[in-house]
Design a protein around this ligand. Structure first.
Ligand code: ZN
Length: 333
């Protein structure tokens, strides 16, 4: 007797749904999709999402799903759930449909073990695997891959994009933000997101569906707490920018504009290339510190004066630029 078939007999009672399906829906080749996904997998990882575990197969016939390697039964691969048995399998890359046979309306599983599972661990896994397989229903239609975060829809790029838009905001249109190497990545990233109103301001949270009664600015009590308000149009921010302009000997920034215009104005000033880069770094740092100050006020109740905030901007810009560039000429005066 073949090692695998012993167990096949034990669970030979799983029934196949014999319903005829005229055409098997087969939307697009997974190969192409996986290639596209592979390109942005790193982006996903940065946001703590492992792309390889973000899809699962809803098995019909088992025609597009690898038995051990794909996620289809439970929240992990069978290889991870049953490591001892996986070691014994001689068909490690088999599709689900290559591991079973339909006999008299029942299913016979044949895993093709290299030897009969016999250790306690192996037997335990066997019992558990059989139990799991009894819960599934082989149906006469093709497998469907679904994006884990939206299981009702068949996997398609649109639903992935939709999830990203909601949760990660990484597929936003690129804006013309200049990535200044003399500021920390954290502040750059923050400003880049702020330009698109994708920082968690009260207004943005409300727009994302959070039930917020009060979206007024917690610093000045006026207007909405949107990114452009917090970082530019708020009375407090205006006073800070005024001081920044004095310190850097640049014209006062245009309060009626947007964040991109403010940053651009520093880059366009009639100064040397390095000075422009420093000014731009200071502008980014100013926005970052304004944001930290706002959070501190809301969450810790700390009240800083304009002068204190300016000191922080000077201190952190000075530190950033002197650490990241060869230029140590920046002065706090
Ligand atoms: Zn305000």
């Amino acid at each position: 007797m073949e090692p695998g078939s012993l167990w096949s007999e034990v669970i030979g009672s799983i029934h196949v749904n014999q319903r005829k399906v005229e055409s098997i829906p087969f939307k697009k080749s997974m190969v192409g999709v996986w290639k596209n996904i592979g390109d942005i997998a790193k982006e996903f990882m940065k946001n703590g999402i492992n792309i390889n575990t973000s899809f699962r197969s809803k098995v019909g016939l088992g025609d597009r799903t690898l038995f051990w390697v794909d996620i289809w039964l439970g929240n992990a691969t069978l290889k991870e759930q049953f490591p001892c048995l996986y070691q014994l399998s001689t068909k490690k890359k088999a599709k689900v449909q290559e591991v079973y046979k339909v006999v008299n309306g029942g299913i016979l599983w044949d895993w093709a073990w290299s030897r009969v599972p016999c250790s306690d661990a192996e037997k335990q896994e066997m019992v558990s695997l059989i139990h799991r397989l009894q819960q599934i229903n082989i149906v006469n239609k093709g497998d469907v891959w679904v994006w884990k975060y939206n299981e009702d829809e068949e996997f398609c790029v649109k639903s992935v994009r939709h999830t990203l838009e909601r949760n990660l905001d990484i597929n936003a249109l690129p804006n013309s933000f200049y990535w200044n190497s003399w500021v920390t990545k954290k502040s750059s990233m923050f400003v880049w997101r702020a330009i698109e109103e994708k920082i968690p301001s009260a207004a943005a949270l409300r727009n994302r569906g959070m039930d917020l009664q009060d979206v007024t600015c917690k610093i000045c009590g006026e207007d909405e707490g949107s990114a452009v308000h917090i970082l530019l149009k708020c009375n407090f921010a205006k006073r800070v920018w005024n001081e920044v302009a004095k310190w850097t000997k640049t014209p006062m920034v245009n309060m009626e504009g947007n964040l991109t215009e403010v940053l651009q104005a520093f880059l366009d000033s009639q100064r040397s290339r390095n000075i422009k880069k420093i000014l731009h770094a200071i502008a980014i740092q100013s926005m970052w510190i304004l944001w930290l100050n706002r959070n501190d006020k809301i969450f810790s109740g700390r009240n800083r004066t304009v002068q204190m905030v300016i000191e922080e901007i000077k201190e952190s810009s000075l530190q950033g630029v002197s650490q990241r560039s060869k230029h140590r000429s920046i002065s706090k005066q």
